[in-house]
Design a protein around this ligand. Structure first.
Ligand code: GTP
Ligand code: SPV
Ligand code: MN
Length: 593
């Protein structure tokens, strides 16, 4: 398929180590994909679902010990430890290569090695970067065919160049003790072994489009961020674009596909999805920041997705979709998950492959769930009813606002605006969120997650903050930066804000601020809206509730500040002086110094 010696030599070397029985090149054709689906079904790797109700849809169950990203086993292997920083796990490259080579040796014996040439971004566009993933998993091939742009045209675009990301994945024994997701940013290389799950193995996604890309972006003067991109269309046809960074399982897919509440919809407002997880951002010749979504599909959280919360996502999953770790409904050979509807199937298999008795389901005990809390759908972007007409535009879209957010039960108000780019970078750097099921480990623990990138920055976090500040200087007309929190709880533990489609009400305030159309109140942390400026028409809540949601709890912030100090200390020496000054200014405004 190619004469590129860099590609061929590398594949030969990897094949000599992993020793597959055969090597198959993935050409991106539907015929080949269909053969692979049939093969995966014949071995039980995938289950073909009801083709009338869910055409071209399949179910896959991962191993029970392999259901989420494993941050503890994810490494950044730069030659100098300090370049990976204190937040990342680090291993010396030579040690990592030697350790993993042992795990890979003979790992593909009796198996097939698939060669997947893929592009992140539109092939031949200025934003595009190419990768080749070698894998022994058909499931990975079929997911990559949805999530990225795969095919022979990628090899043509690459030509004789050595400039591609080399990804090697082997399932090996799915042994947790020997699971490694290892990045060599200096070598454009990613090695993943002993997993078959999502972000650990679809190497175009978190490994390349965030960890390696963030490293390249710093070198080349652009940014790779864990952001959705949406376009909000006004009744006159004008569309403004927003990039929003929330940690894993904190609402990116939902916000990216939101359906406006009736009060806006009836006037002709619309929301278009450009991307739901990753944005690559560059300064345009017009002085604005432009974004593309480098992916080609969605790897979305299934539980909680329903006709009311996210009808667009649900519609997207009705064809050409791979479901992972959801309930198999044997009544009609379809799928189900918690929060889909109130009709759990009586005759069903749970995500572990066991007969599932929904009557034993207890909301507060996750072990009784039929679908894993981090179960997912892999669906094509072009099947999304609200996909933006700019989705395939190689130039991307101009960003008016950047929005940070996380799950905070108390501290963060519904929305606030930073004073400028530098303060906005500070606001991003102090983001915190309660942990979710998207990564292995305890759920619901508050941790600092700067720009929602804690698990995804491919270099030192302090240098990453500095890169944000540097980029601000290069954007003559930068987006305004905001922070939101849909997850504030009342004393009984209920969400106060309705969320989902109603988040549009907050986006409207954000875009009004960008257009200088509305005032705000200055608080110690930034500008919050006047409660009257959040439109609550048609909502079952009062302006007093909005006041409560917008209130800044100074005592809680004083406590938070000491935690921010601890976090900055952990990040270490490279936290830029400007951000320390911003922290001191915040302390002064809170009356702490
Ligand atoms: P990753 O794919 O892991 O990066 O996640 P994501 O950020 O795209 O999160 P997603 O939109 O899939 O939402 C994750 C969970 O948050 C789901 O269970 C949603 O139902 C819930 N959620 C999303 N938006 C809101 C909201 O506005 N309010 C509330 N209360 N929950 C929400
Ligand atoms: C996330 O965890 O942020 C995801 C899912 O989007 S994964 O691809 O597993 O990283
Ligand atoms: Mn994500």
């Amino acid at each position: 398929m190619t004469k590129n010696q860099h590609v061929l030599n590398w594949i030969n070397e990897m094949a000599a180590m992993t020793q597959p029985d055969k090597i198959v090149w993935i050409d991106g054709s539907e015929e080949q994909a269909e053969q692979l689906r049939a093969e995966a079904c014949s071995t039980g790797e995938m289950i073909k679902l009801n083709q009338e109700l869910l055409p071209n849809c399949y179910l896959h169950r991962t191993a029970i010990n392999d259901v989420a990203r494993v941050e503890g086993r994810t490494f950044i292997c730069t030659s100098k430890k300090e370049d990976a920083g204190n937040i990342n796990n680090w291993m010396a490259p030579a040690e990592a290569y030697s350790k993993l080579s042992k795990l890979y040796t003979g790992a593909m014996k009796g198996r097939t090695m698939y060669v997947i040439p893929y592009s992140m971004g539109i092939v031949n566009s200025d934003f595009a970067k190419y990768g080749i993933e070698l894998t022994d998993s058909i499931y990975v091939v079929l997911n990559m065919l949805i999530m990225t742009r795969v095919g022979t045209n990628v090899l043509e675009a690459l030509g004789d160049s050595p400039d591609f990301i080399k990804g090697l994945h082997a399932k090996a024994d799915i042994d947790e003790e020997n699971r490694y997701i290892v990045h060599f940013p200096e070598d454009n290389t990613i090695w993943s072994v002993n997993s078959g799950y999502g972000g650990n193995v679809l190497l175009g996604k978190k490994c390349f489009a965030l960890r390696i890309a963030s490293y390249l972006g710093r070198k080349e003067g652009w940014m790779a961020e864990h952001m959705l991109i949406l376009g909000l269309e006004y009744p006159d046809g004008d569309i403004k674009y927003i990039g929003a960074a929330f940690p894993s399982a904190c609402g990116k897919t939902n916000l990216a596909m939101l359906i406006p509440p009736e009060i806006y919809k009836s006037k002709g407002y619309k929301v278009w999805c450009v991307g739901d997880d990753i944005a690559w951002l560059r300064v345009g010749s017009d002085g604005r920041l432009w974004a593309v979504n480098p992916e080609n599909g969605f790897f979305g959280v299934a539980p909680g997705t329903n006709e009311k919360s996210n009808p667009n996502a649900l519609a997207t999953t009705k064809r050409d979709t791979i479901f992972t770790n959801v309930v198999h409904n044997l009544e009609n050979n379809t799928v189900w998950w918690e929060g889909l509807d109130n009709n759990p199937p009586a005759n069903a298999i749970d995500w572990k492959g066991q007969k599932w008795d929904y009557t034993k389901y207890n909301k507060s005990d996750k072990s009784t769930c039929g679908a894993h809390p981090n179960s997912r759908f892999t669906a094509k972007a072009i099947n999304c009813p609200c996909i933006s007409k700019e989705f395939n535009n190689p130039a991307g879209v101009p960003i008016s606002a950047i929005v940070f957010g996380g799950r905070r039960a108390k501290t963060a108000p519904l929305v606030y605006q930073s004073k400028n780019w530098q303060h906005g970078t500070f606001v991003g750097s102090i983001m915190a969120s309660e942990t979710t099921a998207a990564a292995a480990g305890a759920v619901g623990v508050v941790r600092r997650d700067p720009m929602a990138m804690r698990p995804f920055v491919g270099y030192d976090m302090g240098d990453y903050f500095a890169h944000w500040l540097e980029m601000g200087k290069k954007i003559p007309n930068p987006p305004k930066i905001f922070n939101v929190n849909w997850f504030r709880l009342d004393n009984e533990g209920h969400f106060i804000w309705p969320g989902f489609g109603d988040n549009m009400r907050v986006l409207m305030w954000i875009l009004d601020r960008c257009a200088d159309k509305v005032g705000a109140v200055e608080t110690p942390i930034g500008y919050v809206p006047n409660a009257e400026d959040i439109n609550i028409e048609g909502l079952d809540l009062t302006i007093d509730t909005i006041r409560e949601l917008l209130s800044v709890d100074v005592e809680a912030w004083k406590e938070d500040v000491s935690n921010i100090h601890e976090f900055y200390n952990l990040v270490g020496d490279r936290v830029p002086a400007e951000l320390k000054e911003e922290l001191a200014a915040l302390e002064a405004r809170l009356g702490l110094i």
